[in-house]
Ligand binder design. Sequence first.
Ligand SMILES: NC(=O)c1ccc[n+]([C@@H]2O[C@H](COP(=O)([O-])OP(=O)(O)OC[C@H]3O[C@@H](n4cnc5c(N)ncnc54)[C@H](O)[C@@H]3O)[C@@H](O)[C@H]2O)c1
Length: 247
Amino acid sequence: MIDIANKSALVTGGGRGIGRDIALKLAKAGADVAVSDIDLETAQKVASEIEALGRRSLPIKADVSNSDSVTEMVTAFTEKFEKIDVLVNNAGITRDGLIMRMKEEDWDAVLNVNLKSCFLCCKAVSRTMMKAREGVIINIASVVGLMGNIGQANYSASKAGMIGLTKTLAREFASRGIRVNAVAPGFIQSAMTDKLSDQDRERFLAGIPLGRLGTADAIANGVLYLASPLADYVTGQVLTIDGGLVM
Ligand SMILES: NC(=O)c1ccc[n+]([C@@H]2O[C@H](COP(=O)([O-])OP(=O)(O)OC[C@H]3O[C@@H](n4cnc5c(N)ncnc54)[C@H](O)[C@@H]3O)[C@@H](O)[C@H]2O)c1
């Protein structure tokens, strides 16, 4: 059993899907966990579930693509928890389409919510983590950031960008005891993949050696490992959790 008692964590986009599973997994391992989401109602529900586990929680409404909102989120977090041990940049969106038809606003929206958010959130927690001389940042990227995907120019570029940002911050923060890693989920059963056409689903399944979609729980397990002392010599890495899709 991995124990991260007395740690405090912030999970963005934690109101549902993979983020919710990550928030609950960290709480079950002993951490206090704040749940931020653009949809406050879902964040409140998850925060109640965390409190029911006997941990402290805080629902925070935040649009992570907006710098003022991110500053307010981190201020609210540090007012309640004083220190931030773990940041999980999980919030993300898709606006799929072939590049010839992709609207500039769809490019901007995806890059802002997926990549700019990661820059803003990492920057916002960096001072506190550096002062503490410890901390863990985990960025939820995607296998499509490694291999590309038809119809996801914006999304795959944002996730590849997150991976580059992860490696740079791992180097910038290493001397201060802060570890920065990415998790690259493959195709996970979720609201995001429920939107896939049957044809796309079959195409993706054919490329997955383990022959099935992953679960949010599998991603949360990887995040818990990276957040824990078991990974204390791991930084700048991309942990693919994808049934063998990328190897
Ligand atoms: N589902 C998959 O198969 C899959 C695969 C690879 C990577 N991922 C990544 O995992 C993460 C979670 O994916 P999911 O499938 O759980 O998605 P989801 O759509 O179920 O959940 C995303 C959450 O982010 C929140 N959110 C959206 N925009 C936001 C904003 N501007 N500010 C704050 N919160 C915002 C949403 O309200 C939602 O609660 C994403 O970064 C996604 O790109 C998912």
